[in-house]
Design a protein around this ligand. Sequence first.
Ligand code: NAG
Ligand code: NAG
Ligand code: NAG
Ligand code: NAG
Ligand code: NAG
Ligand code: NAG
Length: 906
Amino acid sequence: MLEGTIPDSIGNLSSLLFLSLDKNNLSGPMPPSFGSLLSLKILQIQFNNLTGTIPPTLANISSLNQLLLRENNLHGEIPHFAELPSLSIVDCTSNYLFGTIPISLGRLSSLEYLVLGMNNLTGDIPSSLYNLSSLKALALPYNQLEGTLPSDFGNALPNLQVLLMYYNQLRGRIPASLSNASELNNIELSFNAFHGTIPPSLGALQSLKRLELFGNLLEARKPSDWSFITALTNCTSLQVLDLGDNLLQGMMLKSIVNLSTSLNILALYNIQISGIIPTEIKNFINLTYLDVSVNDLRGTIPVEISHLWQLQYLNLSSNMLSGEIPPTLGNLTRMDKLHLGSNEFEGAIPTTLSNMLVLELLNLSNNRLSGSIPSEVLSLSSLASFLDLSYNLLNGSLPLEVGNLINIGELDLSNNRLSGETPDTIGKCAILEILHLENNLFQGSIPSSISNLRGLQELDLSKNFYSGQIPAFLDELPDLQYLNLSFNNFEGRVPMKGVFKNASKVLLIGNPKLCGGIPELHLPKCTSDAFAAKHHSDYKLKVILIPICGAILCLIIIMCLLGVHHLIKNSRRKPLSRFSLKNRHMKVSYDELFRATNGFSSDNLIGTESFGSVYKAAMNYENADIVAVKVLNLQQHGAFRSFMSECEALRSIRHRNLVKILTSCSSLDHCDNDFKAFVFEYMPNGSLEEWLHPNARENRPFRSLSLIQRLNIAVDVASALEYLHHGGSVPIVHCDLKPSNILLDNEMTAHVADFGLAKFLRQPPDESSEHSSTSTVGIKGSIGYVPPEYGMGCKPSRLGDVYSYGILLLEMFTGMSPIDDKFKDGLSLRGYVRAAAASPEHLMDIIDRNLHSVDNDMAYREECVRDCVVSVFDCGLSCSNESPYERCDMTKVSKELSAARETLLS
Ligand SMILES: *[C@@H]1O[C@H](CO)[C@@H](O)[C@H](O)[C@H]1NC(C)=O
Ligand SMILES: *[C@@H]1O[C@H](CO)[C@@H](O)[C@H](O)[C@H]1NC(C)=O
Ligand SMILES: *[C@@H]1O[C@H](CO)[C@@H](O)[C@H](O)[C@H]1NC(C)=O
Ligand SMILES: *[C@@H]1O[C@H](CO)[C@@H](O)[C@H](O)[C@H]1NC(C)=O
Ligand SMILES: *[C@@H]1O[C@H](CO)[C@@H](O)[C@H](O)[C@H]1NC(C)=O
Ligand SMILES: *[C@@H]1O[C@H](CO)[C@@H](O)[C@H](O)[C@H]1NC(C)=O
């Protein structure tokens, strides 16, 4: 990693052809002497901290072909480039450039990619750019550009494929001539102020894949204004159509059902469309994302929607849909977010929703749903963001299964007719932050298990029939910001600590028997401390006695009513179910793990992963004597989330080449701090990292992996990734593949570990458009293995894992780490292998020397070894391609490697 500034003397290297300083920590300005590098073809200083302006002297480098300055802190205006006849790529994305785009850029007659997104550029886009017939991509998103697109836009852009202008202040109409740029496949004009109608001529764009017009002022007043939909049915490759948040209105044109069946995102949010959801919706078999929320749709949900088996996101909320929610909706097992709120649905909540095993969010609020809450739906432990059933007509008690929502962040059951006591199991929803139970018929006391909800921020129990004292533990919940207990029957002394210190956070009106608390609450004084003390112990006694008396009474009544036989049956069933719940969550305690690792002693430390340390532990567990324990460092930012994502990932997957989780432990340590750990199978042969790069300090006899062992490991890892990417209902991206995360068991079978950064690909697959899949979440993998596009803000994708895998493959067979000191100044492991790949002989020179010493006496035919090595390196190179589009998927990789192994053994 280079630091410091670029010296002015760089200008002396007058015959330099190629300068790449990407991904260093360079700061300071770009020296004007760059202008003296008169032979330079490629100038590449991306992902640094350069400041100052782009030196105008660059305009002197007439040989310049690529100018790549993405992600720096460059200020100032874009210089006037006069004549740079070879300049074909200019990428200054994500800097602080301001001013207008210079007209002179229009004279760069070879310009193919002009990429200036995420700057502060203002003014009109110079029309000279629209005459650049060489242009393939014009990407200016996230600026403050103004003006209109000329009515002849596209007439002189025969090669334009990508037009990205989202998040600007462009006005005017979308020119019909756009379709004359006949190669266009990606048009993204969202978040501007375009008005007028959408030109039907867009239907002539044969290659159109993406049309995003969200958040403009586009209109459709009369039916003929919708004719663009019929025209777009000609675009047979269309995958993404987003028209949301415009002024379109009226009946949805029937011909929408004839849009391309390759459509995978259809977003029609808030455009005032009316009518019904057509049954032909079932044709869109590739749909993963369907949003028709905030419209005037009526009628019922057609059962045909259940044919869209790839659907991950369905939003029908804020319409006037009615009838029952079809139980077949439960067939959509990839569903991840389901919004049906604010409609007129009635009937019961279908129990089949529990088949949506990866459902993260369920919103059924503001309907007329009745009956009780099905316990099956509460067993969906995948529910993580929120479950909102508020404002319905639900009745009955809250099922015990609510405790299965161990990932839920927000639970809103308010404004229903739920009754009975709140089950104690609610304390198992360990990461609950917001709990709304107001305006129901709940009774009894606040369950003591609420004290386990350490992350609780909002608790609203108002307008119920809760009684008893306000439990003291509420003043110990560190994050509680809002506590509404008004209109209940609480009594006794109000605590003074924690949330109770601030009268604006605690609402207690309508509980006439409360006393004490801080003066701002204006409650009557408690009559005396003596009274309070007595009252308190009375209360304790009551708490103990009532259930016991109640239980005995119940026993007697039940015995009388049902007879002894039923009683025995019941009593057998109940304790069993309690036992199994307990069993699953508390199988190992902190104490056990503490003992087994000798107090987490450093002698037992066997590795560190993204969010924690891994210890070897001597402990009997499911036929194993030794297990591995990963203890999360909860101080580290993101550790808690990582625990949840690892839990989630591991719960749903099982494969011979993935580490097997045995159990987890979530409790308090000896200092009452939160403690979270996983218990895994122990892998006696350590990690691939230790085998590839043995640490000189460890006094171990020399060991190395043979060619066939390396191939086997490569095939194992490929098959694990293939399973993660393509095996389950929702693809999982590992995000941190590297040798230290590949563990070897007794038989040297590889197991992929560390799912702390793993991501479910719940968003629709977005590999078709790199530009629009930017995410604000910073994704960190490990340096050397992170694909370049993550650095540019792309979301994690399967192709990202493929990149890491490619690097891993190159590393395994060259024995060289991608973060080796050799690899700097533009030289990378991949570049090194690619250079050698020019001839098979050279390739044989770069394979890991240690291989020769292990494989000497192995009798493979020489040409078999060579063919095998050539195809392994080929595969590694194509996986680690800079451009995600050029990489192949793991299914193919897995096949190629198995074939390479066959070759070797033949
Ligand atoms: C670049 O060209 C301009 C005018 O042609 C000249 O004044 C300037 O000195 C040149 N700069 C460098 C660094 O060569
Ligand atoms: C674009 O090219 C046309 C035809 O060559 C020419 O008439 C027009 O002035 C050019 N426009 C700009 C802005 O350069
Ligand atoms: C769409 O295709 C039909 C039939 O091939 C053709 O008549 C029509 O003009 C096309 N529409 C557009 C906008 O190209
Ligand atoms: C959809 O296409 C089919 C076949 O081309 C045609 O018969 C049908 O009328 C079209 N439907 C609509 C609503 O345009
Ligand atoms: C507390 O609950 C009551 C009854 O549900 C409600 O009227 C009031 O608005 C709530 N207070 C706040 C501050 O939200
Ligand atoms: C009480 O909480 C409110 C809202 O969080 C805050 O604005 C106010 O400063 C707090 N008052 C005291 C005395 O802490």
